[in-house]
Design a binder for this molecule. Structure first.
Ligand SMILES: [Zn+2]
Length: 200
């Protein structure tokens, strides 16, 4: 699935869990997108292919859906998330391990999304060696997977966006807070200016 959809899934999980701290929401939302860091090799691959290297760096072909799409990476991300979240200081804050567990779930929702709706335009299923780094097999893929730009992904993205907008209007925050609290505040203000103040 597309990175925006993955991010929205992570964000939706954070909001559905009612996380009150910005840091906790960031950990869970980012855990939903972090597996795709293994796709950054596309930059080196395209650049070295374009430059006509005799042995181009095939980091996209070789590592995408391999390095980051497995249980070892999920455990690492969850552990890091739990550590970043730390211990809550005020009553009602979730303990770090709770945020780590939500990050683990967000990571797996990403893998599930790729498994069911991540078929490449060339029909490649991008099999995932899920048990890495412990075992090289099995490689997970699903024959019924639909393509990245197929309608179920579009419907899912629109539904998640609708929820995200609704929560932004109601709760006064959106994924924009991950990059800028000021941009987030302007966005919420614009929504409330358009739709009126939320009821509660
Ligand atoms: Zn992915």
């Amino acid at each position: 699935m597309n990175p925006i959809t993955h991010l929205l899934v992570g964000w939706t999980l954070a909001e559905a869990a009612g996380l009150s701290r910005r840091r906790d929401r960031a950990v869970v939302a980012l855990a939903g997108i972090v597996p795709d860091l293994d796709g950054l090799g596309i930059i080196a691959e395209k650049a070295t292919l374009a430059a006509g290297w005799s042995e181009p760096l095939l980091w996209w072909t070789e590592y995408h859906h391999v390095l980051g799409h497995n249980v070892g990476a999920a455990l690492f991300a969850a552990g890091l998330g739990a550590w970043v979240a730390g211990r809550g200081d005020t009553p009602g804050d979730r303990p770090g391990w709770h945020i780590g567990a939500l990050a683990f779930l967000a990571f797996h929702l990403h893998l599930l999304g790729d498994l069911i709706g991540g078929k490449g335009p060339d029909g490649y299923l991008w099999p995932m060696p899920y048990l890495l780094p412990f075992f090289a097999t099995p490689e997970l893929s699903w024959q019924g997977a639909w393509e990245l730009n197929a309608w179920p992904n579009i419907v899912l993205t629109v539904a998640l966006l609708t929820l995200t907008f609704r929560w932004a209007w109601q709760r006064g925050r959106s994924p924009l807070e991950l990059v800028s609290t000021r941009a987030d505040a302007s966005f919420v203000q614009a929504l409330r200016g358009r739709f009126g103040p939320p009821a509660d």
